[in-house]
Design a protein around this ligand. Structure first.
Ligand code: ING
Length: 311
C-alpha cells in the first residue's frame, strides 16, 4: 500500500555577507509557498541557511564570529517562517549555526513538524576542513575551528507519520551516518549542504565534486533502503562558488528529481515511503543478512591501521 510523503527540497542560491537574515527568510518563505503549491508536506532547507558560508573566512574576534550564530530558534528573524509553515501545515528541516546558553557552538539542523513544533535537533558530527589559518589558500574551511563536534549522534524521529533522520553536508560522505539511521528504521534522511566547487588542498578536477555528491546520496539511499532529500546552498557567494545538485533520491538509488540552476529553486517529488519496504524486506534485510561480529574494526578503529593479518 502506498505511503505518500510529498517532499520538497528548497535550494538556495548565494547568500552574500551583506544579505540580512530577514532578506533570506523572505526567500525561504517564497520557496515554502511554492512547495505548498506543489502539494509538499515537508521542505528541506540547506545547511547554514540563514547566512553566508562564513567558515570560508579567517576570523579571530569571537564577537565577529558569533554574528553568524543564532542564540534562539525560532529567532525573531525566523519566526515568520515557523508561522507560515504551521499555517500551511508543512514540516521542514532548517540548518543554522547554533550558539547554546552554555557557549557551545554547533553546525545544527532542526526538524519541525506540521504543527510548527521543533521535534528534533541534529548537530553536525563530521566537521571537514581545518582549524588553522591557511593564508595562501583562496579561501578557508574552518568548521573545525568555529564548531564543536556534534554531541547528540545520528537519530531518527517519527514525525507526521514518517521515520525521518537528519544529517549535514560532509556527513553524507560517511557510510556510518546513514547506516546508523538505517538501523533505526529511517525511511527518509534529509540534509543540507554547502560544498565549495574548488578544492583548496589539491587540484581536484571540478567535475568530481558533483559526481561524488550524487554518487554518495545514491549509494547511501540504496544501501539503507531510504529516501534522501538534499538541499544545496550554491552559486557564488561574494565570488566563492559552491555546487548545486539539490536532489531527491529514491530507495532504489535512482535520482527522482534534481535542481537545474544555481539559484533559489524548488525540487519536488511525491515520494512513496513504501518503495523502501521492498528493499528492506529483501536485499537490505539487516536482521537477516548483516554480520556485525565481522564489523568490529568499524567501531574500534578511528584511522586505518595494520592489517589484522599482521597481528
Ligand atoms: N562542505 C564540504 C562537503 O563535505 C568538503 C566540504 C567538500 C569536504 C569536498 C570534502 C570534499 O561537502 C561542508 N560544509 O561539509
Amino acid at each position: 500500500m502506498k505511503r505518500p510523503f510529498p517532499l520538497a527540497v528548497a535550494q538556495l542560491g548565494p547568500i552574500h555577507l551583506a544579505d540580512t537574515r530577514e532578506s533570506v527568510v523572505r526567500r525561504l518563505l517564497e520557496l515554502l509557498r511554492e512547495a505548498d503549491g506543489r502539494g509538499a508536506k515537508f521542505v528541506v532547507f540547506p545547511e547554514l541557511a540563514l547566512t553566508t558560508f562564513f567558515p570560508r573566512y579567517w576570523m579571530t574576534d569571537q564577537a565577529e564570529i558569533d554574528r553568524f550564530f543564532e542564540t534562539s530558534m525560532p529567532s525573531p528573524a525566523t519566526q515568520p517562517l515557523f508561522d507560515e509553515a504551521r499555517r500551511r501545515g508543512i514540516g521542514f528541516y532548517l540548518g543554522f549555526a547554533e550558539l547554546t546558553p552554555a557557549g557551545e557552538r554547533y553546525n545544527t539542523a532542526i526538524l519541525v513538524n506540521r504543527a510548527g513544533a521543533i521535534v528534533g535537533r541534529y548537530r553536525k558530527v563530521h566537521l571537514p576542513g581545518h582549524a588553522d589559518h591557511k593564508p595562501k589558500a583562496p579561501f578557508q574551511h574552518l568548521e573545525k575551528l568555529y564548531f564543536n563536534v556534534g554531541n547528540e549522534g545520528f537519530k531518527v524521529w517519527n514525525s507526521d507519520g514518517a521515520n525521518i533522520g537528519m544529517c549535514i553536508c560532509n556527513d553524507r560522505r560517511w557510510p556510518e551516518t546513514f547506516r546508523v539511521m538505517g538501523l533505526q528504521s529511517a525511511e527518509v534522511v534529509v540534509l543540507g549542504y554547502n560544498t565549495p566547487s574548488h578544492n583548496i588542498h589539491w587540484p581536484e578536477p571540478p567535475h568530481l565534486r558533483m559526481f561524488h555528491h550524487l554518487l554518495l546520496l545514491q549509494a547511501h539511499a540504496h544501501e539503507n533502503a531510504l529516501w534522501v532529500g538534499a538541499a544545496a546552498k550554491c552559486g557564488a557567494e561574494d565570488g566563492f562558488h559552491m555546487i548545486a545538485g539539490s536532489a531527491i533520491v529514491a530507495p532504489s538509488g535512482e535520482i527522482a528529481a534534481q535542481s537545474v540552476t544555481e539559484d533559489d529553486e524548488l525540487v519536488f517529488f511525491n515520494c512513496d515511503l513504501a518503495l523502501g519496504d521492498t528493499f528492506r524486506e529483501h536485499v537490505f534485510n539487516f536482521a537477516k543478512h548483516r554480520r556485525p561480529e565481522h564489523y568490529r574494526l568499524i567501531v574500534d578503529r578511528v584511522g586505518a591501521g595494520r592489517p589484522v593479518t599482521d597481528e
